[in-house]
Design a protein around this ligand. Structure first.
Ligand code: FA5
Ligand code: MG
Length: 442
């Protein structure tokens, strides 16, 4: 009973998601193909590469200091996803072009940070890990999918309980963490007045101590993961023992809920790839959660990014495959290289259209959001689309109308598509684009 349209005016009055009924309104923009991902919970499916990745990272954070929460509902309030974290009211992440709204007050979480405030409030342990499916309206290509998985982690210390010397307590915990000998590029100062400021609530010593514990904890995860990845690649004949060591670097970042903040990147197949974001928790979070004397760190890592490196999975759609030739290659606790079972040729088809041809929701004002197109294509052709990109743009010299041409790459990961099938898909995509974007095909 879920509407397949990007805009809410055609939504049924009630949506049932995870056995709960939600009223819809003019904010509703949740299509069927996204709602149908909710029950999958790939991070919990035994022997799924995302579940193996999750377990491997969890093993780096010892119990009982860290408690794992892996069953939190993906349906959260706008308050949980944005307000509680200090997102400004005009932050682009809040817009309906970026986020799936169930209704005005309710979204599918766009990140696991949506649960930070509640988990700080519950204060069951000093540390926690939250793994979950997250949802974002986004581009279509081999490393982006509208549903992916993150793991959130946090570690807090109480200023009062540690005999008043929280800095010493943090360094003592740091001493007890495993040491590694990987060379990690970290060219920036921990605190920088403009680029990465200290919070007024913290002393520089506190922020330095928290940052040191945070960085070592995450570096240990990377060392562990790439140890496994390299072993598997060597065993599969894809790498040699004596190959160059992995390049890893810390860069400065910005999040509304941490300061200072960083991202951790690895050099992979010729590019820097971002694995995670992290930082010193902004003090408004524990304060508003009723634990004002706690200070600490938080991070959010993309599980697909890590799993792609670990298992050599080159296309993010594969994680959703129900094909036994994919699933049977993985088993709990084992890191092995993925052997592609199909190399079917791609088939490119172009779709060109004029903007602003009708009074329909998206097309009328000639405002065009690429994410609306991506969603219409994904809705009509599902995982048979590998990527979609703009190849031509044209403004008619007389009428001033704008025309866009996108190239759609069709390829099944599982079988050979016939010409008839692709033509039919292209027709369905054309119809969906006209219906949902109100454009005129050329
Ligand atoms: C966040 O989502 C923050 N909540 C992370 C965070 C948590 C910062 C706690 C500070 C403290 P970001 O949007 O950069 O940040 O996403 C975090 C990670 O998720 C990225 O580093 C990447 O590994 C992964 N990720 C982001 N977008 C995608 C995507 N479209 N597909 C696959 N993985 C993605
Ligand atoms: Mg990021």
């Amino acid at each position: 009973c879920v509407n397949s349209r990007p805009f809410g005016e055609h939504a049924p009055p009630l949506l049932e998601l995870e056995n709960i009924k939600f009223n819809t309104d003019e904010w509703t923009n949740l299509p069927v193909h996204i709602a149908s991902a909710l029950p999958r919970k790939l991070h919990l499916q035994p022997s799924h590469p995302l579940a193996i990745t999750r377990t491997l990272i969890e093993s780096q954070f010892p119990k009982p200091i860290y408690k794992s929460y892996n069953q939190l509902s993906p349906i959260v309030s706008v308050h949980q996803n944005f307000d509680s974290l200090g997102f400004p009211i005009d932050h682009p992440g809040r817009s309906r072009t970026d986020t799936y709204y169930v209704n005005k007050q309710t979204v599918l979480r766009t990140h696991t940070s949506a649960h930070q405030a509640d988990t700080f409030r519950a204060a069951e342990t000093d540390g926690f890990l939250i793994s979950a499916d997250v949802y974002r309206r986004d581009a279509i290509d081999r490393s982006h999918y509208p549903v992916f998985h993150q793991m959130e982690g946090a570690r807090m210390w109480s200023r009062s309980v540690c005999g008043g010397d929280v800095v010493a307590a943090i360094y003592k915990d740091l001493e007890n963490l495993p040491k590694h000998n990987m060379v990690i590029e970290d060219p920036n100062p921990t605190i920088h007045a403009e680029r990465n400021p200290l919070q007024p609530e913290h002393s520089a010593e506190e922020a330095q101590a928290i940052a040191a514990h945070l960085k070592r904890s995450l570096e240990n995860v990377v060392v562990e993961i790439f140890g496994h990845a390299k072993k598997a690649a060597v065993a599969a004949g894809e790498a040699k023992e004596e190959d160059e060591p992995l390049r890893v670097r810390w860069i400065e970042a910005y999040f509304p809920f941490t300061s200072p903040s960083w991202e951790l990147e690895v050099f992979w197949q010729g590019n820097w790839l971002e694995l995670l974001g992290c930082g010193v928790v902004r003090q408004h979070l524990p304060t508003n959660a009723g634990v004002p004397d706690k200070i600490g760190w938080a991070f959010g890592v993309g599980l697909e990014r890590v799993a792609m490196l670990l298992f050599g999975i080159i296309d993010i759609r594969l994680f959703w495959s129900q094909d036994a030739r994919f699933l049977s290659q993985f088993s709990e606790g084992k890191i092995t290289r993925f052997v592609p079972f199909s190399k079917h040729p791609p088939c490119f088809k172009d779709i060109a259209f004029w903007l602003g041809s009708s009074s329909s929701a998206a097309g009328g004002g000639a405002v065009f959001y690429e994410n609306d197109l991506m969603e219409a294509v994904r809705g009509a052709a599902g995982d048979l689309v590998e990527d979609v990109r703009l190849v031509d743009e044209f403004i008619h010299p007389k009428t001033g109308r704008r025309s866009l041409c996108f190239r759609i790459n069709y390829r099944s990961l599982e079988r050979t598509l016939t010409n008839e099938e692709i033509n039919k898909l292209q027709e369905q995509v054309g119809a969906a684009v006209v219906e949902k974007l109100g454009v005129e095909l050329r």
